[in-house]
Ligand binder design. Sequence first.
Ligand SMILES: Nc1ncnc2c1ncn2[C@@H]1O[C@H](COP(=O)(O)OP(=O)(O)OP(=O)(O)O)[C@@H](O)[C@H]1O
Length: 678
Amino acid sequence: MENHKLNEKQKKAVGYEGKHLLVLAGAGTGKTRCIVGRAAYLIEQGIAPEKIQILTFTKRSASEIVERVKASLTNNQAQSLNGSTFHSWCNQLIVRYPNLFGAAGYTVIDPDDQLSVMKMVCGDQIIEYKGIRIKPQQLIDIYSYGRNTRQNLSNAIREKVYKGKTDAETTDEIDIIRSRVEVLLKAYQTKKGEGRYIDYDDLLLVVANRLRNDAEARDILSHQLKHLLIDEFQDTNPLQWYLLEPFLEIAKFYCVGDDAQSIYSFRGADYKNVHLFKQRVPESEILILDKNYRSTQEILDVSNWLIAQSPLDYDKELQASRGSGMTPKLVNVASQWEEANFIAENILENFTENNKQFADHLILSKSTYYTKPLQAVFIQKKIPYVTYGGRKFMEAAHIKDVISALRVVNNHFDEIGWMRFLTFWDGIGEIKAGKYISQLVAFEDPLGCAQNLADVIGGQEGETIADIYNTIYRNAGNVKQALQETYSKMEQALAFKYRKDWEEKRKSDFPVLEMLGDNYASIGQMISEGILENAKQLNGNPVLEGSQISDSEIKDHVVISTVHSAKGLEADVCYVLNVSPKVYPSAWNLDSEEKVEEDRRVLYVALTRAKNELYITRDTNSINTVNKTKNAGFSSKYFLEELPNQLTEQLINPYSLIKPRDISKPNSIDLSFGMDFS
Ligand SMILES: Nc1ncnc2c1ncn2[C@@H]1O[C@H](COP(=O)(O)OP(=O)(O)OP(=O)(O)O)[C@@H](O)[C@H]1O
C-alpha cells in the first residue's frame, strides 16, 4: 500500500497522533500522497471511513484521492469514504439533516440561475454613476466577494468595481453608489427567500451559522465526523474558514498546503492563511516537507528561479530527489497555429516513436478559450483529448431544459425553473409565462399544480406541460424513469430547438443524464446534488466530456487544462502555453502587486506539473513589447524577461523545424497533363 512508499517525514505526517496538523510543503513533495496515506492509515487504525471527510477544491481531485485510498486498502475497507468539495459537502449535510439546517424543500441554484434571479430583481434598473455601470452579474460578484472574504459592502465594491483603489475620490464615489447596491442586494436576498433558493455561498453559510450558534448541532455532527482531511489549504478563503472553525472542536484537522501555489485570491483566498495556522488553531503543529519527487532538477531550477524573483518570501527551494534530466525548452512561436502544430506533432512523435501514451501529455493554459485552435488541430490530427475547466455537464442548455421540468415538480415555488420550463415551449413567451407563474406559485403544493396546470395554461401546450408534470410527479421516487419519460415527451421539441447540433452533440447526453439519474434516490436529491456535480465519473466509468459520451475503453488521452483546474495533476511531458508578455503577468493586473504575484504563482503551479519534459511556449510578436510594461511602484515586468539563458534551451520557429524538408527554389509544374484530347 501507498504507506510503504513514504519517506520519514511523510510517515510522521501520516501517523500524526496530536490533534490538528498542517503539512506545509512545496510542489511535488507528496502532499496528496500524505492525504491518501492518512485516510488509509486512519481506516487501518479502525476509524470508520464514513467518519472521515476529505475536502478538496475540485470534484475530480476528491474522487481521485478516494479512489487511491480504496486501491491502497484491501477488502473494500474504504467503501464508504467520502471526498467532496466544500459546496458539495455542505449540501450533503443539508440533505442529510434537513430539519437541523432548516433547508428542507429549498432548491440549490447555480451561477446561471443566480444571475436570472438578480436580473428579475433589477428589472430595468441599472446603477450608473460617473461612467461606472453596475450590471446584474457584477452585483452578484460584489455580493459573493463580500461574503467569501467576509468584508463589508464598501470594500467589496471597492475591490470588484474599482479594482481595489483607495484614493479619496474613489471612496466618495463608493459612498454614493453603496446605498443603491444595498437596496438591490437586499431585494435579491428577499427573492431567494420567496423562491426558496439557496445559492452556492449559502450552502456554506447555512451550515456554518448553524454550527457556530447551536451546541446541539455540534453535538449531532460530532458523532458523525472524527477527521477532516483538507487539501490545498492555502486556497481556503475566509468564508471557508468561518465554516471550518466550529469543526475544530468536533473533528481532528489534517491540512496540506503550499503558500506558493495559492491561486484563488479572486475568490478571497489568502496565501498567508497557512502562516496563521498555529495562531488560529489551538493544539496544532506544522510539519514541513521539502523533497520533490515529481520533477527533474532542471524543471525545478526554472520553477525555483521564478519564485525567487518574487518580492514575497516563500522560503522555497525545491530539490529533486530524482536528480538531473532534460533542459526545459522555451518554444518561440509566431502564431497560435504554429504553436498548436508544434505540440500536435511533438505528441504524435512521442506516441509513435518514443513509446509514450497520449495520457503522458498535459497542456496548460490560463484560459480554455486560448486552447480552441489547439483543439481544432487535435481533432484534425485525430489526437484524443479531454479538457478540464470548461462548462459543466449540468450547465448545458439542453440539460437545463429537461432539469427545469424536474425542478418545478420538486419545488413549485421555483420561478426560475418555471420560467425556463414554460418558455421552452413554442408559443409561450416571458410575458405569458410570467402570468402563468403567478397563478402556479399560488397553489399550496405540487399536487395542486399537477391538478390544475392544464387549465391554467390551456390549449395543446397546457396538455403537454401538464402531462410531463404529472409524469414526473408520479415518478418522483424513480428518477431514471422520470427522466426517461420526460425526455421522450420533450425530445421532438428539443431536437427542433437545438437543430443546429442536435445529432452530433446534444442528443447523446440524454442516455447519460438517465444513467446519472439512476444514482439518486429522488428528484430532489438529484437536483440539489446533481447541480453541483461535474458528472464526469459515473459508476466508475468515465462517460462525459463536454457534450460527448466517450467510449469507456478509450482512456488514453491528452489532457488540456486550465492551470486552475490542474492543481495536483502531473505528467511526463507538459506544455505551458503562451507564457508571453502581457499574459504573465496579465496586462490587466499591472496596477496591483498582489495580482502580479498571483499570476506568478499560477505560472509556478503550471511549471511544477512536469515530471521529465517541460515546454514553455511564447509568442514572438509580443516579446517586443516587453519593455513597455514597467510600473513605478513595484516590479511588474514580464516574468521571463531576465530568465538566465542556461535554464532553458530556446527553439525558434519550431513547427518549421519538424515540417518535411523542401528545396529552396520552386520547380515548374505542367498542368497540361493527364487529359486525353483525342
Ligand atoms: N516518498 C515518495 N517516494 C517516491 N515517490 C513519491 C514519494 N512521495 C511522493 N512521490 C511522488 O511524487 C509525485 C508528487 O507527489 P504528490 O502529487 O503527492 O505531491 P504534492 O505535494 O501533492 O504536489 P503538488 O502540490 O505539486 O500537486 C507523485 O508522482 C508521487 O507519486
